[in-house]
Write a protein that binds this ligand. Sequence first.
Ligand code: FES
Length: 322
Amino acid sequence: MRTITFDIDRFDGSRSWTQSYSFEHDPAHTVLSCLIAIKEKQDPTLNFTASCRSAICGSCAVRVNGNAVLACDTKLDSVLKQWGSDRLQISPLGNFTVLSDLVVDWSPKIERLRTARTGLKARKEFTAETGCQQTPAEFARIQKQWDCILCGCCASECNKLTDDRRDFLEPFVYTHANRYAQDSRSAEPMLHVREMLGRGLWKCLHCMECVTKCPKQIAPAADISAMRALAYANGVTDGKGPRHAAAFRTDLENTGRLNEVRLVPRTEGLIDAATGRMSFTFRMLKSGKLSTREATKLYFVDNSPIEGLDGLRKIIRYRRAK
Ligand code: FES
């Protein structure tokens, strides 16, 4: 008999512990059906949430070995193969407050979702008689964002949220804001973008965890980029974020290479760059995260044009014209 073991993180409101449950391997199992079997046959006190069992409601997300998945949509065999072990750690979503075992608190997240102003303010020409229509092509621009089921997988693994939740929102909030900002029927797309500007739109670390973890293949990082572009096109060009984007593009147009020595002062100003970045470099050197050789490379960059620069400039011109 092949035995599978789940080490499940438990929490009863005051005490945390890990409890192990072993059961017979069944290739038909999903992670959720294993949890249900454990609750029904071994331990009725185990708490988790689930409803549709069809990857629609988003309520069953948990972490398997530290990676967020939809439990109902994750075959047991696929994670056993992925991790090469018959023993898996099952934990509640990260970057959420845990209420009990695998159950997390969504209330603060929903409050933060409200900041995206998720409601369509339709253009004036739409009336009760005309309806609020859009073409299939217009709908295609926001179709993916509509797939979000609010499972929280993106938020669970977001490195920026793990670092500091005070000046950044859950990736799905940006996706929802962009859904309305890009809607062809919207009277005021910047209504949603402006809200996000003051809530970390330029603070994304580009770790792409939200993109790789979304079970619906949505790309919140791309929604963040799209709203930055919209803000820039609407004249929001001041501040570190827009300056960084402009400096980035200038470097690419000039040589095709990013020149950190010039990029940072142009983004943050000479004094902030000199004090902030230099001390950051020294901290990284001291902690062993950066070697002297790597640090030297940061400041003495090759500034010669890359091969194929003309092609890159064509791409940039093409995107700018769109
Ligand atoms: S139970 Fe609804 S998405 Fe998994």
